[in-house]
Ligand binder design. Structure first.
Ligand code: WT7
Length: 653
């Protein structure tokens, strides 16, 4: 355990109040929000128990809310039974059968509207097909699909029959897919011939074949959806087309009664060490927080068109595409491709044509689209938008302001949502009709979420003192365990504070008003001459300079200071020749000194055309640290979106 007295240097004083029209239309106003906080403070268990009764349809009602007898393996609603797919689909059929559930848009431009009735039929038919292939409750199924409706159908079908799905992002390599198949011991893989992404066809089935040829003995069947019509091999006795698997299957399928704590899915995420962890989520608790946050944070209403741009390969695409929007009977967009095909206006074009009212994306996408210029979004009618969201990393105030001004047209509240694969749903986020927002802060913990910033002893810290972000009480959608590795679950998330607080792995501070400011991952905090600095804050300062498009900051060991600040910068204009520009470097050093203080000045700045990112858009900081030290790269760079820039970053091109 490393960090205490982490110094925070980002001072952001702008405030944005929710606008009146919004306040009038929203379900959650200051009065009932206060009532929720009060009830949660009075009786944490009863609070969640009441919501679970109100929001979920149970086959067998639970009698006990929380079983903490084997902490940190908390069990929520343990003796209750329900089915997640029933809660997402069947219960919409009474009043919303003809309502559009999904508006699908393929990257080439094909559009489909799918009603709740149609979606229910698709899910039931495919669920029967899975059963017909021998899949039973508790079996694991790998889903390796493009971002198309059938990916959601496959997930819902698994939920319907009690199979545990594990979605692997379609951009992942054969190696990554193989690791996940083997760790889950899946019997069946669902894939597609291909998917459209970035103007190309991504050959998913071919990659799946490669993965399966490396081992994966558990796999008996591969179901292949025909999306692109590209050439693929079908292996006799193992592979079957989706449409053939559905032949003669009934479009009715009784939902399997599931225990509240039966796993709904596994989703792999990388830790700071070791192989990826299979994060295991429950059925009831997970769905409950997917629903409560759809209401509290997204203020979802009957007329909304909701668009979360995340791929179903990530937790965001689970909670806010595959489950949350359906469980509240919303209409949502599923878009197959990237934001830049045919040009950087695609997202805004989709928003305009389909009348998107709630839009949720990642800061990295916002910065990329910001870089493309204001004139692009200005070509589209964005007047249907009423709420904007962001997730995945701290959003620098400049990007926040651009999102607010150019996309939200100063009308739409922005919800900056802090959460993790492990938390299942939003933990810290604004309630849009109530919370005054500050650019760069995810604001306050939601009702029933006991988030705090503590020191090494687990003591809550005062205003603006940086420390560990923890959650001090269990919550329904929390991680259940790491698949097959209970010990690693305990060691990773409950190592300190007598195992009583969930350790998020982020550093943060709370300001005078209790607002949370995420400073970065614990291992991203720098120690420069005894001062601890959040890398994100230096990055925000750099990006606030008019010449800078993107920046990543890492620590480089330094004889005297302990660590020095090393910055990688993408300029808005062209990259200086050879990646060096002394004049610009002096300007930026002075700028950072001015914005934060001399302590935060980068000792070195290297310019590149791009930053190394995983396909999910996360900057690969460990890689940047290795490069800053001038060490040989030993990390796996196969998931890099743009492997070509490695030479630039190393100063060799
Ligand atoms: C980590 C979790 C949750 C879905 C996407 C990422 C960072 C996430 C924010 C935010 C600052 C954020 C944290 C967290 N993070 N949201 N609003 N502000 N940081 O899921 O891959 O599990 O990553 O993402 O560092 O620990 P994930």
């Amino acid at each position: 355990m490393a960090q205490n007295n982490i110094e925070s240097t980002l001072h952001e004083n702008r405030h944005f109040a929710p606008c009146e029209s919004f306040y009038k239309s929203s379900a959650l106003n200051p009065k009932n929000l206060d009532a929720l906080y009060a009830r949660a403070a009075e009786d944490h268990e009863a609070f969640w128990g009441e919501l679970a009764k109100q929001e979920l349809d149970w086959i067998t009602p639970f009698t006990k809310v929380l079983d903490d007898s084997n902490a940190p393996f908390y069990k929520w609603f343990a003796d209750g039974q329900l089915n997640v797919s029933y809660n997402c689909l069947d219960r919409q059929l009474k009043e919303n059968a003809e309502k559009t559930a999904i508006i699908f848009e393929g990257e080439p431009g094909d559009v489909q509207h799918i009603t709740y009735r149609m979606l229910h039929q698709k899910v039931c038919t495919f669920a029967n097909a899975l059963k017909n292939q021998g899949i039973r409750k508790g079996d694991r199924v790998i889903i390796y699909m493009p971002m198309i409706t059938e990916a959601v159908v496959a997930m819902q079908a698994c939920a319907r029959i009690g199979a545990i799905h594990s979605v692997v992002f379609g951009g992942f390599s054969a190696e990554a897919l193989k690791d996940r198949v083997e760790d889950t011991q899946a019997k069946l893989v669902i894939t597609a011939d291909g998917g459209h992404r970035g103007g190309k066809i991504i050959g998913l089935k071919n990659t799946a074949d490669q993965a399966l040829s490396k081992g994966c003995k558990s796999v008996e069947t591969v179901i292949v959806f025909k999306r692109c019509g590209n050439d693929i091999n079908m292996q006799d006795g193992r592979d079957i087309w989706w449409h053939d698997a559905e032949q003669d299957q009934s479009s009715e399928c009784e939902p399997e009664p599931m225990n509240a704590c039966d796993p709904l899915f596994l989703l792999y995420t990388s830790g700071s060490t070791g192989k990826p962890k299979g994060i295991q989520h429950s059925s009831a608790g997970y769905l409950l927080n997917a629903i409560t946050t759809m209401r509290w944070v997204f203020d979802i209403q009957a007329k909304d068109v909701f668009w979360c741009t995340a791929d179903v390969g990530w937790i965001t695409g689970h909670t806010y595409v595959a489950y949350g929007p359906l469980a509240v009977g919303a209409t949502m967009i599923i878009y197959e491709g990237v934001p830049t095909i045919p040009d950087a206006g695609r997202f805004w074009d989709v928003c305009a044509r389909h009348h998107v009212s709630i839009f949720y994306t990642a800061p990295t996408a916002i910065r990329a689209l910001m870089k493309a210029g204001d004139d692009i979004p200005q070509r589209y009618d964005l007047s249907h938008l009423r709420l904007l969201g962001t997730v995945g990393e701290p959003i620098n105030p400049e990007a926040w302001m651009w999102y607010h001004r150019v996309i939200g047209q100063e009308r739409c509240p922005i919800v900056d949502t802090w959460w993790q694969t492990e938390t299942g749903a939003h933990m810290i986020a604004p309630v849009p009709a109530v919370t005054v927002t500050k650019p760069g802060s995810c604001t306050r913990a939601l009702p029933g979420i006991d988030a705090a910033v503590v020191n090494e002893q687990g003591e809550a810290l005062g205003p603006n003192q940086g420390g560990f972000l923890v959650i001090r009480k269990p919550w329904p959608s929390m991680i259940q365990t790491i698949w097959g590795d209970d010990q690693r679950y305990k060691d990773t998330y409950w190592p300190y504070f007598d195992g009583k607080y969930y350790l998020a792995g982020d550093s943060a501070r709370q300001d005078e008003e209790g607002y949370f400011w995420i400073m970065g991952r614990i291992d991203d905090v720098l120690n420069v001459s005894g001062h601890r600095l959040g890398t994100m804050e230096i990055e925000s300062a750099l990006v606030a300079h008019e010449a800078v498009a993107e920046a990543a900051v890492v620590g480089k060991p330094h004889d005297v200071k302990g660590e020095s600040v090393f910055a990688y910068v993408v300029l808005k204009g062209n990259r200086p020749e050879g990646g060096v520009d002394e004049e610009m470097t002096n300007v930026l050093r002075a700028w950072v000194a001015d914005q934060i203080g001399p302590i935060a000045k980068p000792d070195e700045i290297r310019y590149s055309d791009n930053l190394p990112k995983t396909r999910s858009g996360k900057i690969m900081r460990r890689l940047l640290r290795t490069i800053a030290k001038g060490e040989e790269i030993t990390q796996d760079t196969s998931t890099l979106e743009n492997e070509g820039i490695l030479l630039q970053l190393q100063g060799k091109a």
